[in-house]
Design a protein around this ligand. Structure first.
Ligand SMILES: *Cc1c(COP(=O)(O)O)cnc(C)c1O
Length: 458
C-alpha cells in the first residue's frame, strides 16, 4: 500500500480539491476543521493524533462508537461473500434478512421495507409512494389527494422532494421556485412561539392550528409529514407530549397518510428503537437512515403497510409499478452493518441503559441555564440543543456574522470535544454508548465554550 500523504499535504488537498456540504468555504479554514484519520469508541482521532470526544455522533449517525469490532467484522464477513448486488427485480440474502428483522421490530402493520441510500431518499420515497398510491387506488377515485402538510422549521433532507416539505428558510427558501407547494403548519418552537403564546399557559395552539389545517384540507391531502420526537435541524425542538398522537388521529379522520421521518429520532436516540413508539403511534410510512448502520455506511429504509404495497400490484402493463430505485438500493455491506447494529442494540441492552443517560444528560445540560447568553435548553432523548442569545430578556439573537454557535464549538474542540452547531444552537447528540463521565466532559466543554465566546451576552 502506498504511504498515506502527510497531514499538511492532506490539508492542502482538502483546501484545493474538496467542496464541503453545508459549509461556507469563505470561513471554513479559519474555523479549525477536523481532518480525521481514525476512530476509537466514542472518540475521533485526527491526522496529527489528537483525540476528540464525538459529541454529535459524526452528524447524528454513529450510535455505538467508532471502529466497533462486531460491526467491522460483520462488514468484513460480508465482503468475503459479496459487496453489492442489485435489488432491481432481484434480491440478495443479507438485504432480505435485514428487511425481515426491521418488520419484526417495527410497529405492527409496517410490513414492507423499501431500501434506499440516505435520509433524504427515504423521505423522497415515502412522498412519491404516497402520491402514487392516491393516483391509482380505487380506480383513481382519490386522485385529488395530491398535497402534503409539513411544518415550519422542518428538515427532511436535501433532494428536491424532501426540500419541498422542508421549512427552514435559510436552507430552503432559495429553491422555492423549483419546489412543489406544501401546506405549512406552525413549528412547536415554544421559545420563539410563532403564535406568540406563553408556553406556561398556552393550549397548544400550534397543534390546534395544524389539526385545523389537516381538517380543512382533508380531501386533498396525500399525507402529513413530520419528524416525530423533535425537529432536528430546525434547532432540536421537542414536541409537547401527546402532539404526535393528536396528529395521527387527525390524519385518520382526514383519511390520509402520516409520514414519519425518524431519520434523526429513530434507531434508539430517544430510548426506544422508534420514536413513534413513545406515543403508541403507527404511521403509514416510517423513514429511517442515519443510525441504521450504526453510522457506518449509507443505508436507509422506508417502511410502509400492506395496504400501500397492494395498490402497486396491478399487471405490469397497467403502469402501477413504483418506478423509483437507486443503484445501491439494499447494498449488502450496508445491510450487514445494520444487522450487526441491531444485534448490538439487543445484546447489550443499549436502549434500557440509555434511559439513565438521557436523564443524566438532561441534568448536566441543565447546569448551563445560568450562563450568560444561554437563552433556551431543549432536550429529547440523547439529543440536546443550547440556544445562544445576545440578550436573555429580549431573546435577541446574535448577528449571524458573529458565528457564535461555531465559536463555542471551536472552543470545545480545544477541550477535546467535537461538536457542530445549528446556527446559534449548540447541539449535543453523542453516541448512545457514551458514559456518564464522558457526558460530563462534553457538557464541561460546552460550558467552557459559552463562557469564553459569549461572555458579554446579557
Ligand atoms: C439528516 C436528516 C435527513 C436527511 O438525511 P441524509 O442522510 O442527510 O440525506 C432527513 N430527515 C431528518 C430528520 C434528518 O435529521
Amino acid at each position: 500500500m502506498p504511504d498515506t500523504p502527510r497531514p499538511e499535504t492532506l490539508r492542502e488537498w482538502d483546501r484545493k480539491d474538496l467542496w464541503h456540504p453545508f459549509t461556507p468555504h469563505a470561513v471554513y479554514e479559519k474555523e479549525h476543521p477536523l481532518l480525521i484519520d481514525r476512530g476509537e469508541g466514542n472518540y475521533l482521532i485526527d491526522v496529527d493524533g489528537n483525540r476528540y470526544l464525538d459529541g454529535v455522533s459524526s452528524l447524528w449517525c454513529n450510535l455505538l462508537g467508532h471502529h466497533r469490532p462486531e460491526i467491522d467484522n460483520a462488514i468484513r464477513s460480508q465482503l468475503d461473500k459479496i459487496a453489492h448486488s442489485t435489488l432491481l427485480g432481484n434480491s440478495n440474502a443479507v438485504a432480505v434478512e435485514l428487511a425481515h428483522r426491521l418488520v419484526s421490530l417495527a410497529p405492527e402493520g409496517l410490513t414492507r421495507v423499501f431500501f434506499s441510500d440516505n435520509g433524504s431518499t427515504s423521505v423522497e420515497v415515502a412522498l412519491k409512494m404516497a402520491f402514487q398510491f392516491w393516483q391509482q387506488v380505487d380506480g383513481g377515485a382519490e386522485k385529488r389527494r395530491t398535497r402534503f402538510v409539513a411544518l415550519a422549521n422542518a428538515y427532511h433532507g436535501d433532494t428536491l422532494g424532501s426540500v419541498s416539505v422542508g421549512g427552514i428558510d435559510l436552507f430552503h427558501e432559495k429553491f422555492r421556485p423549483m419546489l412543489f407547494d406544501v401546506l405549512r403548519g406552525p413549528s412547536p418552537y415554544c421559545y420563539r412561539c410563532p403564535l406568540e403564546k406563553d408556553p406556561a399557559s398556552c393550549a397548544q395552539e400550534c397543534l390546534q392550528s395544524l389539526l385545523e389545517l389537516i381538517h380543512n384540507n382533508a380531501d386533498e391531502l396525500a399525507g402529513v409529514v413530520l419528524e416525530p420526537g423533535f425537529q432536528g435541524a430546525g434547532g432540536i425542538i421537542a414536541y409537547p407530549k401527546g402532539y404526535l398522537r393528536k396528529v395521527r388521529e387527525a390524519t385518520h379522520d382526514a383519511g390520509t397518510f402520516l409520514v414519519l421521518d425518524e431519520v434523526a429520532a429513530g434507531m434508539g436516540r430517544g430510548g426506544t428503537l422508534f420514536a413513534c413508539e413513545q406515543e403508541k403511534v403507527v404511521p403509514d410510512f416510517l423513514c429511517i437512515a442515519k443510525g441504521l448502520t450504526g453510522g457506518y455506511l449509507p443505508l436507509a429504509a422506508t417502511l410502509t403497510t400492506e395496504r400501500v404495497f397492494e395498490a402497486f400490484l396491478a399487471p405490469p402493463e397497467d403502469g402501477f409499478t413504483f418506478f423509483h430505485g437507486h443503484t445501491y438500493t439494499g447494498n449488502a455491506l450496508g445491510a450487514a452493518a445494520a444487522l450487526a447494529t441491531l444485534d448490538i442494540l439487543d445484546r447489550e441492552e443499549i436502549l434500557s441503559k440509555v434511559k439513565e443517560k438521557i436523564q443524566f444528560l438532561g441534568d448536566e445540560v441543565g447546569r448551563l441555564w445560568n450562563l450568560p447568553g444561554v437563552g433556551d435548553i431543549r432536550q429529547w432523548g440523547m439529543a440536546a440543543g443550547v440556544e445562544l442569545v445576545a440578550d436573555k430578556q429580549t431573546k435577541e439573537p446574535f448577528p449571524a456574522s458573529e458565528r457564535r454557535g461555531m465559536r463555542v464549538c471551536t472552543a470545545a474542540k480545544s477541550r477535546g470535544v467535537f461538536l457542530r452547531p445549528l446556527g446559534d444552537v449548540v447541539v449535543v447528540m453523542p453516541p448512545l454508548t457514551i458514559t456518564q463521565d464522558e457526558i460530563r466532559i462534553l457538557v464541561d466543554a460546552v460550558e467552557y465554550g459559552v463562557a469564553t465566546e459569549v461572555a458579554e451576552a446579557k
